[in-house]
Design a binder for this molecule. Structure first.
Ligand SMILES: C[S@@+](CC[C@H](N)C(=O)[O-])C[C@H]1O[C@@H](n2cnc3c(N)ncnc32)[C@H](O)[C@@H]1O
Length: 393
């Protein structure tokens, strides 16, 4: 990053660029004419920044209600915690009124943490730090300081709690190994020695060090049918130290939780009942499907896949129930015939525990018709079964 790059980003967040951003957002359907209009007045670099920003804001709407007023980099948007999850996490900081957000990126978590608190961000990338500060400034009249430098252990000394979202994209790829993240587990231990009230965001599949498992609460959080992240809550932020939790967030941010022991075995049902039950992605990532099955008195369809079976649909948001209409061996011709008979043109395809290319299968099935259905593929006994069902919850 050179200083003229940073200057261009400073311009991007200025009032002068705001009118170009507004104009570009209105004219984006005619890209060729828009580009030549911008190029008549702006440098190639600034034209690119405006066009890119308009596109990023459009994509950002999936994560942020106010995306059209925010600033992103491509990487910053990808890495940002979406608003619903960030607001849920921020609420868990409860009574902590002074918080530092380490590795704050463009401010996904920072924006939510700020509400009612004194919060400071720390971000090593100068451009990203500039955008985080601009985002905070755009979305509130309160000033939030964002320090554009590497985090220090002393950053957590004088605050009640801290949040850290390490960079998992190292050397071009992604890692789930905490030792390879930036900052790594050694640095996190030093932060904890200085202030034990910390929350560390991780990828859902990250392997958590044994030493953390006893003292911390680990929570996997799902939203919009996807496990978005896990959070390791330390000190007073852990309301259930030593526990694993799965949390499902509804579109409007309501939370349903499940706590339990991981990797409990699930008995396999001798017969598949009326419903297939799919545990929430957070339950699966937390490896709590055995505990969930025990708590809800469910059996598995197969020991090799996570689908469970029940006589009636379950009301919990931590499960989705599918009412079985037909169950058959996995044979493409038979499935195609069944879908044609039932005129199923809108088919949701799902699989667990089997290696089947769903894109290829969809082409093979060439569905036509006015009805909708779900086809679930899974192992059962020595073979693979296909279950035609309809969503019941
Ligand atoms: C996963 S992103 C943070 C996303 C953020 N929580 C959000 O919701 O927008 C991680 C950020 O950490 C920054 N980073 C990595 N190492 C750092 C360090 N030692 N000090 C400060 N920032 C760092 C990276 O530049 C990157 O922007």
């Amino acid at each position: 990053m050179n200083s003229s790059d940073l200057d261009d980003y400073r311009w991007l967040v200025s009032d002068e660029a705001a009118k170009w951003l507004h104009h570009a957002a209105e004219q984006q359907n005619n890209l060729v004419s828009l580009t030549s209009q911008l190029r008549r007045q702006l440098s190639a670099r600034r034209t690119h920044l405006i066009l890119d920003q308009v596109q990023l804001r459009r994509r950002g709407r999936v994560k942020f209600k106010a995306a059209d007023q925010m600033f992103f980099t491509r990487k910053g948007l990808q890495q940002a915690t979406g608003q619903t999850v960030a607001e849920y996490k921020a609420a868990r900081f409860d009574s902590a009124i002074s918080v530092v957000d380490l590795c704050c990126g463009i401010g996904g978590d920072l924006l939510a943490l700020r509400e009612g608190r004194s919060v400071q961000g720390v971000e090593r990338c100068a451009v990203t730090a500039l955008l985080a500060a601009a985002n905070c400034c755009r979305l509130s009249s309160e000033r939030t300081k964002v320090l554009g430098r590497d985090l220090l252990v002393s950053d957590v000394a004088d605050v009640q709690a801290w949040h850290l979202d390490p960079d998992r994209r190292v050397k071009g790829g992604r890692t789930v190994q905490i030792q390879l993240q930036q900052p790594n587990d050694d640095m996190i231990s030093k932060l904890l020695e200085r202030n034990r009230n910390g929350a560390v965001k991780l990828a859902p599949a990250s392997v958590v060090p044994d030493a953390w498992l006893e003292q911390a609460q680990i929570e996997w959080i799902s939203h919009a049918r996807e496990c978005k992240q896990s959070v390791v809550w330390f000190g007073e932020l852990a309301d259930k130290p030593g526990r694993r939790s799965a949390t499902h967030l509804t579109p409007d941010g309501k939370a349903e939780h499940f706590h339990g022991l991981c990797d409990l075995p699930v008995p396999v049902a001798p017969d598949v009942a009326r419903f297939v039950v799919e545990p929430d992605p957070a339950i699966l990532a937390a490896r709590l499907n055995g505990a969930l099955a025990a708590a809800m008195n469910l059996q598995a369809i197969s020991s090799a896949a996570a689908y469970l079976t029940a006589d009636s649909p379950l009301q919990s948001r931590l499960t989705t129930s599918f009412e079985i209409q037909e169950m058959l061996p996995f044979e493409v011709k038979r499935i195609r015939r069944l879908l044609r008979e039932r005129q199923i043109g809108h088919l949701e395809l799902k699989k667990r525990g089997v290696r089947i290319d769903l894109i290829h299968l969809r082409k093979q099935l060439s569905c036509q018709g006015e009805h909708a259905g779900t086809l679930l593929l899974m192992p059962r006994g020595r073979g693979t079964i296909a279950v035609l069902a309809r969503r019941a919850s």
